[in-house]
Design a protein around this ligand. Structure first.
Ligand SMILES: *[C@@H]1O[C@H](CO)[C@@H](O)[C@H](O)[C@H]1NC(C)=O
Ligand SMILES: *[C@@H]1O[C@H](CO)[C@@H](O)[C@H](O)[C@H]1NC(C)=O
Length: 214
């Protein structure tokens, strides 16, 4: 790396640090409260609360093969990168989420998305967004478990891209609402051989969290 390039990165890193130093706002670099989620091409409801977090999720959707030879979703695991500083309407247009990943200059991890036993009924799996070991390390309340309200096909290439979703908080106060939008990948093959092992299909998505008390 040339000296000039090195100095450039040092300056950029110093500026990025300066953005966070001197403020309690360590969970994202940019305010997203006025950001507008683009739900065009879907019937998902508009948010009832202002956005608080926008994360780029990168991970897998997991599927097991049922006795009828089709896959059933059995959970997911994704890392959530802070995406609050993107020029939202340009970068987050459907289909652009992977290029969006390439413009994350300073990866900042908000937390993880995975599944837990439904905390209310004690049976079945529920999706959780857990910021307790990253953006809010040490704060055990920084999570939300979602209850799915709406599930619609991705507006583009829904055979490959998993559904867009709208959820509300079943438990937890990290958010009142959760959206999964701008999905890329994640769909399983249309058929499988019963008895075959669980599969892990790569995907990315934008997760918008609104409301909440953080
Ligand atoms: C989903 O797959 C990931 C590997 O990508 C694994 O670590 C995780 O435990 C799996 N979760 C479930 C609920 O199967
Ligand atoms: C959902 O989140 C809001 C905002 O933090 C909170 O007031 C409410 O109690 C939460 N609901 C549940 C069921 O935890």
């Amino acid at each position: 790396m040339s000296l000039t390039l090195k100095s450039f990165f040092l300056v950029v890193i110093a500026s990025a640090t300066a953005l966070t130093v001197g403020t309690q706002d360590t969970y994202h670099l940019c305010d997203v409260s006025t950001a507008k989620i683009d739900l065009a091409g879907t019937t998902l409801p508009a948010p009832s609360f202002p956005p608080t977090f926008i994360g780029l999720g990168v991970g897998t959707q997991n599927y097991t093969c049922g006795s009828t030879g089709t896959y059933t979703n059995v959970g997911a695991l994704a890392e959530l990168f802070d995406a609050s500083c993107f020029p939202i309407t340009d970068v987050f247009d459907s289909g652009a989420v992977i290029s969006a990943a390439h413009v994350i200059e300073f990866p900042f991890i908000l937390g993880q998305h995975y599944f837990v036993t439904n905390p209310v009924t004690g049976t079945g799996l529920s999706p959780k967004w857990d910021f307790t070991s990253a953006a809010f390390a040490g704060n055990p309340a920084a999570f939300v478990v979602g209850s799915k309200i709406d599930d619609v096909p991705a507006p583009t290439n829904s055979a490959a891209n998993i559904d867009w979703l709208y959820l509300t908080n079943l438990t937890g106060t990290l958010a009142n609402e959760i959206y999964r939008v701008d999905t890329q990948g994640g769909q399983p093959p249309t058929s499988c051989t019963p008895g075959s092992p669980e599969i892990f299909v790569k995907y990315t998505a934008m997760y918008w969290l609104t409301g909440g008390s953080f």
